[in-house]
Design a protein around this ligand. Structure first.
Ligand code: DC
Length: 231
């Protein structure tokens, strides 16, 4: 039997990480874990429990409550994808809302939140055969991953993709607001003290601005096949 590997996909917001991650996982029979969904679920928990003071996250009240947060993924046959659950509630749609996108950077910059998420993520990937996307997967969560990708795409293309994705779900966020949110999250993700987004030295850079989904998938699958031949 072929050896199973770990595939870590990092990069900026909305540059197609989850698209390629899901396609790779389906092709290889691996599981796909969306680590961003986990930070979004913690953000939703903070919002639902009003852990904010004068509009800012009240870290001192969030940290002692982290033990109450249980995140899991369950396959949804209708969508042919996994839904995110927060304490046994399906929150897949809610965590994609613009309001959550606007608050998630603050939550994901808290050290204790990151430690908890990292432990969970490492546990999800302990048997290999996993594709995980996020911001620190190849650098912090799985530094020994056999394949690391670092993705990017033109800002306008990324904003348009997110705009269309949200519109399809009935979210009324405008293109300008979405673009502004992406610029802010890029800045926050690359400048935070805890595990900032950086390209791991051994990651392959992939700019998919001018690639079709199919071209991108084939390119990455070739790398996977090369790797599996060598193992
Ligand atoms: O992938 P996404 O846009 O759904 O992620 C939401 C936010 O979560 C992103 O702005 C930064 C944070 N995040 C993180 O800090 N580390 C990860 N591994 C994944 C996401």
């Amino acid at each position: 039997m072929k050896r199973r590997i770990t595939i870590a996909i990092d990069g900026y917001s909305s540059c197609g990480k989850s698209t390629i991650a899901k396609e790779l996982a389906a092709k290889l029979g691996y599981s796909y874990i969306d680590s961003g969904a986990m930070y979004r679920a913690v953000t939703l928990f903070a919002m639902q429990n009003n852990l904010y003071k004068s509009g800012a996250l009240d870290t001192e009240r969030l940290i002692p409550r982290l033990g109450e947060i249980h995140i899991s993924f369950r396959f949804n046959a209708e969508r042919d994808a996994s839904d995110t659950y927060l304490n046994d509630q399906n929150v897949e749609n809610e965590i994609r809302r613009m309001e959550v996108s606007e608050k998630v950077s603050e939550v994901s910059s808290v050290k204790e939140v990151r430690t908890k998420m990292r432990t969970l993520q490492q546990d999800f990937g302990k048997n290999k055969g996993v594709v995980m996307d996020g911001r620190d997967i190849g650098t912090v969560v799985f530094p020994d991953a056999e394949l690391k990708l670092f993705m990017n795409a033109n800002l306008d293309i990324r904003a348009l993709r997110r705009f269309e994705e949200l519109k399809a779900k009935g979210d009324t966020a405008g293109f300008g607001q979405i673009k502004e949110n992406l610029v802010k999250r890029d800045y926050d993700d690359t400048h935070r003290n805890e595990d900032p987004l950086t390209k791991s030295d051994d990651a392959i850079e992939l700019d998919n601005s001018d690639l079709t989904r199919e071209q991108q998938l084939n390119l990455v699958l070739e790398r996977v096949e090369d790797l599996l031949r060598l193992l």
